[in-house]
Design a binder for this molecule. Structure first.
Ligand code: SF4
Ligand code: SF4
Length: 352
């Protein structure tokens, strides 16, 4: 790493998620955003187009999400077209409620592909099964394969639940990838039984990948991560601004130097806590008796104005900034090498 690189902000974002609607035909018990059929809050098409245009030179990937972005398919197709015209990588995250019939699933994915869709994500958990069955995801996976659209299936599973393995077996004949996560105790998930969550008596030490996936909700609020944004109070450094009041490009550019995001991405929210401890401020953030997820610790610290003020002072030190950038750079190099190794491994396997 050169000295110049260490001096500069090298944080980068994986995606800008645009939550085009908070409405959803399902009403899952674990939904962080509390989406449901009765929720009417949504983004106008003009508002979404404004964000697509303003973010162009700040991010490469736009993901349409919600709620359920496919509730208004005609509008979604126009937005995909607009994003593709601006040369973004374009993805959509959906509940897959529209995949009941194989021919229908194929037709809808075909239309999205023609508009410019590059990747599709479907969420499927036991909670979704209160409303839809697994065959929809299967139909969508087969249709995605037919159209050559990569599909990632996101499963939220409780500790000890093998549902993700069942989904993998169900989709083994397709190219879909399946990714499993634990529930986060926010929104409607707060009403789930305690057994639905992991329990850690000490602050969780996981780093957070989601902090590189920006999210913008109807009304213009921009958050560093998708999902927990609405639980970030005023002054939370992960609440990045309002894109109806300030230029989205400027908001994202500013976030490139956000030290909180760098620490959370490399050392997790526990890194923030460790920095408070190392500077003699251990008592500012009271510890919980136990933690169910990393977001709890993150919100406890970043919603605490005193903790944020102290950390801002600590992170104003240029040497600390250089160390943060070096850690970020090392993480990026590690990820790059891992991808290269994976490609070599799979390449070798295909060659043999
Ligand atoms: S978890 Fe997803 S599919 Fe379920 S209600 Fe929330 S937005 Fe809809
Ligand atoms: S740990 Fe923090 S940054 Fe990461 S998803 Fe949770 S709230 Fe967002």
């Amino acid at each position: 790493m050169t000295a110049a690189m260490a001096e500069n902000a090298i944080f980068s974002f994986t995606c800008l998620g645009i939550s085009v609607t908070m409405q959803c035909p399902l009403r899952c018990r674990h939904c962080i955003t509390r989406s449901g059929p009765e929720i009417t809050r949504q983004m106008s098409e003009d508002e979404a187009l404004h964000y697509i245009r303003s973010a162009r030179h700040a991010v490469d990937h736009i993901g349409f999400t919600g709620g359920e972005p496919l509730l208004d398919q005609a509008r979604l197709l126009r937005l995909i077209e607009a994003a593709k015209a601006e040369r973004y990588v374009v993805s959509v995250m959906t509940s897959g409620h529209w995949g009941a019939r194989p021919d229908h699933a194929k037709e809808i994915i075909g239309r999205m592909k023609a508009a410019g869709l590059d990747m599709l994500g479907v969420s499927l958990d036991r909670y979704h099964l209160d409303f839809i069955d697994v065959s929809r995801c299967c139909n969508i996976a087969e249709a995605a394969d037919e159209h050559g659209i990569p599909l990632a299936v996101r499963v939220i599973a409780e500790p000890g639940d093998d549902f993700a393995e069942q989904v993998k077996a169900l989709l083994a004949h397709t190219k879909a990838s399946v990714h499993s996560h634990f529930p986060v105790r926010l929104g409607r998930a707060e009403t789930l039984a305690a057994a639905a969550f992991r329990h850690s008596m000490t602050p969780p030490a996981d780093s957070c990948e989601t902090v590189t996936a920006l999210d913008i909700e109807p009304g213009g609020k921009v958050y560093a991560c998708c999902g927990p944004g609405p639980y970030m109070h005023g002054g939370n450094p992960l609440a990045l601004g309002n894109a109806l009041e300030e230029d989205l490009f400027a908001i994202i550019q500013k976030a490139l130097a956000n030290p909180f995001m760098k620490v959370i991405n490399t050392r997790g929210p526990k890194g923030l806590l460790d920095d408070l401890h190392a500077h003699g401020h251990a008592r500012i953030v009271p510890l919980r008796a136990y933690y169910t997820d990393t977001c709890q610790l993150c919100l406890d610290i970043c919603n605490n104005p005193q903790a944020v003020a102290v950390l801002r002072e600590i992170y104003a030190d240029p040497e600390t900034q250089r160390t943060q950038n070096a850690m970020q750079f090392a993480k990026m190099v590690g990820e790059f090498l891992e991808i290269r190794r994976f490609r070599q491994d799979t390449g070798d396997r295909h060659a043999s």
